[in-house]
Design a protein around this ligand. Structure first.
Ligand code: NAG
Ligand code: NAG
Ligand code: NAG
Ligand code: NAG
Ligand code: NAG
Length: 168
Protein backbone atom coordinates (compact mmCIF):
# COMPACT_ATOMS: atom_id res chain seq x y z
CA UNK A 1 0.00 0.00 0.00
CA UNK A 2 2.91 2.34 -0.67
CA UNK A 3 0.63 4.35 -2.93
CA UNK A 4 -1.58 5.18 0.04
CA UNK A 5 1.44 6.39 1.92
CA UNK A 6 2.30 8.47 -1.11
CA UNK A 7 -1.04 10.20 -1.00
CA UNK A 8 -0.85 10.70 2.74
CA UNK A 9 2.55 12.27 2.33
CA UNK A 10 1.24 14.46 -0.41
CA UNK A 11 -1.76 15.57 1.60
CA UNK A 12 0.61 16.46 4.39
CA UNK A 13 2.68 18.47 1.97
CA UNK A 14 -0.32 20.38 0.67
CA UNK A 15 -1.71 20.23 3.98
CA UNK A 16 -1.29 23.38 5.88
CA UNK A 17 -4.93 23.55 6.92
CA UNK A 18 -6.40 20.24 5.86
CA UNK A 19 -4.47 17.46 7.48
CA UNK A 20 -2.82 17.20 10.83
CA UNK A 21 0.13 15.32 9.36
CA UNK A 22 3.75 16.36 9.86
CA UNK A 23 5.29 17.45 6.59
CA UNK A 24 9.06 17.41 6.45
CA UNK A 25 10.30 20.50 8.29
CA UNK A 26 12.36 21.61 5.32
CA UNK A 27 9.42 21.50 2.94
CA UNK A 28 7.19 23.26 5.40
CA UNK A 29 9.70 26.06 5.93
CA UNK A 30 10.21 26.49 2.20
CA UNK A 31 6.47 26.70 1.60
CA UNK A 32 6.07 29.23 4.40
CA UNK A 33 8.76 31.59 3.16
CA UNK A 34 7.31 31.46 -0.34
CA UNK A 35 3.87 32.14 1.12
CA UNK A 36 5.12 35.34 2.67
CA UNK A 37 6.89 36.75 -0.38
CA UNK A 38 4.23 35.80 -2.92
CA UNK A 39 1.31 36.68 -0.64
CA UNK A 40 -0.19 33.19 -0.80
CA UNK A 41 -2.63 34.06 1.94
CA UNK A 42 -4.25 36.72 -0.22
CA UNK A 43 -7.98 36.54 -0.78
CA UNK A 44 -7.73 35.87 -4.53
CA UNK A 45 -5.46 32.88 -3.86
CA UNK A 46 -7.76 31.30 -1.30
CA UNK A 47 -10.83 31.53 -3.50
CA UNK A 48 -11.77 28.41 -5.50
CA UNK A 49 -8.85 26.13 -4.60
CA UNK A 50 -7.49 23.95 -7.41
CA UNK A 51 -7.17 20.66 -5.62
CA UNK A 52 -9.95 20.57 -3.04
CA UNK A 53 -11.80 17.89 -5.02
CA UNK A 54 -8.68 15.72 -4.91
CA UNK A 55 -8.05 16.35 -1.24
CA UNK A 56 -11.63 15.63 -0.24
CA UNK A 57 -12.09 12.83 -2.75
CA UNK A 58 -14.00 9.85 -1.45
CA UNK A 59 -13.13 7.68 -4.47
CA UNK A 60 -11.77 4.19 -4.01
CA UNK A 61 -8.07 3.86 -3.27
CA UNK A 62 -7.03 2.90 -6.82
CA UNK A 63 -8.89 5.89 -8.22
CA UNK A 64 -7.39 8.13 -5.58
CA UNK A 65 -3.97 6.92 -6.65
CA UNK A 66 -4.78 8.08 -10.17
CA UNK A 67 -6.17 11.38 -8.98
CA UNK A 68 -3.17 12.06 -6.79
CA UNK A 69 -0.75 10.97 -9.46
CA UNK A 70 -2.39 13.33 -11.95
CA UNK A 71 -2.21 16.09 -9.35
CA UNK A 72 1.51 15.53 -8.88
CA UNK A 73 1.91 15.81 -12.62
CA UNK A 74 0.17 19.21 -12.58
CA UNK A 75 2.63 20.32 -9.90
CA UNK A 76 5.52 19.01 -11.96
CA UNK A 77 4.42 21.17 -14.89
CA UNK A 78 3.77 24.20 -12.70
CA UNK A 79 7.23 24.04 -11.12
CA UNK A 80 8.79 23.56 -14.50
CA UNK A 81 7.00 26.67 -15.74
CA UNK A 82 7.93 28.75 -12.69
CA UNK A 83 11.58 27.75 -12.86
CA UNK A 84 12.10 28.25 -16.59
CA UNK A 85 14.47 31.21 -16.58
CA UNK A 86 13.84 32.57 -20.02
CA UNK A 87 10.13 32.90 -19.43
CA UNK A 88 9.63 36.65 -19.38
CA UNK A 89 6.29 36.30 -17.61
CA UNK A 90 7.63 33.91 -14.96
CA UNK A 91 6.21 34.41 -11.51
CA UNK A 92 9.73 34.92 -10.22
CA UNK A 93 10.41 37.84 -12.55
CA UNK A 94 8.10 39.90 -10.38
CA UNK A 95 10.61 39.69 -7.53
CA UNK A 96 13.84 41.59 -6.99
CA UNK A 97 17.08 39.69 -7.53
CA UNK A 98 17.78 38.80 -3.90
CA UNK A 99 14.29 37.58 -3.15
CA UNK A 100 14.08 35.76 -6.47
CA UNK A 101 17.17 33.75 -5.63
CA UNK A 102 15.82 32.54 -2.30
CA UNK A 103 12.33 31.85 -3.66
CA UNK A 104 13.84 29.90 -6.54
CA UNK A 105 15.77 27.76 -4.10
CA UNK A 106 12.62 27.16 -2.04
CA UNK A 107 10.57 26.27 -5.12
CA UNK A 108 13.32 23.82 -6.10
CA UNK A 109 12.90 22.13 -2.73
CA UNK A 110 9.18 21.67 -3.33
CA UNK A 111 9.90 20.46 -6.84
CA UNK A 112 12.25 17.84 -5.40
CA UNK A 113 9.55 16.71 -3.04
CA UNK A 114 7.11 16.23 -5.93
CA UNK A 115 9.73 14.17 -7.74
CA UNK A 116 10.18 11.97 -4.68
CA UNK A 117 6.45 11.47 -4.30
CA UNK A 118 6.02 10.72 -8.00
CA UNK A 119 8.71 8.06 -7.71
CA UNK A 120 6.82 6.50 -4.82
CA UNK A 121 3.72 6.24 -6.95
CA UNK A 122 5.90 4.65 -9.58
CA UNK A 123 5.05 3.91 -13.18
CA UNK A 124 1.64 2.63 -14.05
CA UNK A 125 1.71 -0.87 -12.76
CA UNK A 126 2.68 -3.29 -15.50
CA UNK A 127 2.20 -6.05 -13.01
CA UNK A 128 -1.43 -5.06 -12.67
CA UNK A 129 -2.02 -5.29 -16.43
CA UNK A 130 -0.53 -8.75 -16.28
CA UNK A 131 -2.84 -9.75 -13.44
CA UNK A 132 -5.87 -8.39 -15.28
CA UNK A 133 -5.11 -10.24 -18.49
CA UNK A 134 -4.67 -13.50 -16.57
CA UNK A 135 -8.00 -12.98 -14.82
CA UNK A 136 -9.72 -12.61 -18.19
CA UNK A 137 -8.33 -15.98 -19.27
CA UNK A 138 -9.87 -17.89 -16.37
CA UNK A 139 -12.26 -20.54 -17.68
CA UNK A 140 -15.26 -20.10 -15.41
CA UNK A 141 -17.06 -23.22 -16.68
CA UNK A 142 -14.22 -25.57 -15.73
CA UNK A 143 -14.88 -27.68 -12.61
CA UNK A 144 -11.33 -27.53 -11.32
CA UNK A 145 -11.36 -23.74 -11.75
CA UNK A 146 -14.66 -23.56 -9.88
CA UNK A 147 -13.31 -25.63 -6.99
CA UNK A 148 -10.16 -23.51 -6.82
CA UNK A 149 -12.29 -20.38 -6.68
CA UNK A 150 -14.37 -21.79 -3.85
CA UNK A 151 -11.23 -22.82 -1.99
CA UNK A 152 -9.74 -19.32 -2.28
CA UNK A 153 -12.96 -17.51 -1.49
CA UNK A 154 -12.19 -16.41 2.08
CA UNK A 155 -8.77 -15.09 1.16
CA UNK A 156 -10.24 -13.02 -1.67
CA UNK A 157 -13.03 -11.79 0.56
CA UNK A 158 -10.49 -10.65 3.13
CA UNK A 159 -8.32 -8.90 0.53
CA UNK A 160 -11.35 -7.02 -0.82
CA UNK A 161 -12.25 -5.97 2.70
CA UNK A 162 -8.78 -4.64 3.38
CA UNK A 163 -8.79 -2.54 0.21
CA UNK A 164 -12.20 -1.09 1.01
CA UNK A 165 -11.64 -0.33 4.68
CA UNK A 166 -8.99 2.40 4.83
CA UNK A 167 -10.68 5.64 3.81
CA UNK A 168 -7.74 7.98 4.04
C1 NAG B 1 -18.87 10.97 -2.22
O1 NAG B 1 -19.07 12.36 -2.21
C2 NAG B 1 -20.14 12.82 -3.01
C3 NAG B 1 -20.20 14.32 -2.97
O2 NAG B 1 -18.96 14.88 -2.69
C4 NAG B 1 -21.44 12.21 -2.49
O3 NAG B 1 -22.50 12.62 -3.33
C5 NAG B 1 -21.34 10.70 -2.48
O4 NAG B 1 -22.48 10.15 -1.88
C6 NAG B 1 -20.11 10.26 -1.70
N1 NAG B 1 -19.96 8.81 -1.81
C7 NAG B 1 -19.61 8.05 -0.78
C8 NAG B 1 -19.46 6.60 -1.08
O5 NAG B 1 -19.42 8.51 0.34
C1 NAG C 1 14.06 28.66 -23.18
O1 NAG C 1 15.06 27.75 -22.78
C2 NAG C 1 14.91 26.46 -23.29
C3 NAG C 1 16.02 25.58 -22.75
O2 NAG C 1 16.29 25.90 -21.42
C4 NAG C 1 14.92 26.50 -24.81
O3 NAG C 1 14.69 25.21 -25.32
C5 NAG C 1 13.84 27.46 -25.30
O4 NAG C 1 13.92 27.57 -26.70
C6 NAG C 1 13.99 28.81 -24.66
N1 NAG C 1 12.86 29.67 -25.05
C7 NAG C 1 13.01 30.96 -25.33
C8 NAG C 1 11.75 31.69 -25.67
O5 NAG C 1 14.09 31.50 -25.32
C1 NAG D 1 13.42 42.80 -2.31
O1 NAG D 1 12.09 42.46 -2.01
C2 NAG D 1 11.89 42.09 -0.66
C3 NAG D 1 10.48 41.56 -0.50
O2 NAG D 1 9.60 42.05 -1.43
C4 NAG D 1 12.17 43.26 0.23
O3 NAG D 1 11.97 42.92 1.59
C5 NAG D 1 13.61 43.69 0.02
O4 NAG D 1 13.87 44.85 0.76
C6 NAG D 1 13.89 43.96 -1.44
N1 NAG D 1 15.32 44.14 -1.61
C7 NAG D 1 15.82 45.10 -2.40
C8 NAG D 1 17.30 45.15 -2.51
O5 NAG D 1 15.10 45.85 -3.02
C1 NAG E 1 1.63 8.72 -12.88
O1 NAG E 1 1.72 9.72 -13.85
C2 NAG E 1 2.87 9.61 -14.66
C3 NAG E 1 2.92 10.83 -15.56
O2 NAG E 1 1.67 11.24 -16.00
C4 NAG E 1 2.79 8.32 -15.44
O3 NAG E 1 3.93 8.17 -16.25
C5 NAG E 1 2.72 7.17 -14.45
O4 NAG E 1 2.56 5.95 -15.14
C6 NAG E 1 1.56 7.36 -13.50
N1 NAG E 1 1.60 6.34 -12.45
C7 NAG E 1 0.49 5.78 -11.97
C8 NAG E 1 0.69 4.81 -10.85
O5 NAG E 1 -0.62 6.04 -12.40
C1 NAG F 1 5.01 -5.33 -19.24
O1 NAG F 1 4.37 -6.59 -19.40
C2 NAG F 1 4.46 -7.12 -20.71
C3 NAG F 1 3.67 -8.43 -20.78
O2 NAG F 1 2.90 -8.64 -19.66
C4 NAG F 1 5.93 -7.37 -21.03
O3 NAG F 1 6.05 -7.87 -22.35
C5 NAG F 1 6.69 -6.05 -20.91
O4 NAG F 1 8.07 -6.28 -21.13
C6 NAG F 1 6.51 -5.45 -19.54
N1 NAG F 1 7.13 -4.13 -19.49
C7 NAG F 1 7.88 -3.74 -18.47
C8 NAG F 1 8.42 -2.35 -18.55
O5 NAG F 1 8.11 -4.46 -17.50
Amino acid sequence: MSSCWGSICFLAFLGVAFVSGRPLEDIKNAQESIAEVLNLKGLEVGLNPLFSAVIKSNSSIPLRVNEMNATLDVYRQIFSSILSDNHSSSLLKLLNTTTRKSVRSDVEKLQGRITTLTEKFGPENNNSKDILSKLKEIKVGNHLVQRKALAEFLEVDHAADVILSPRV
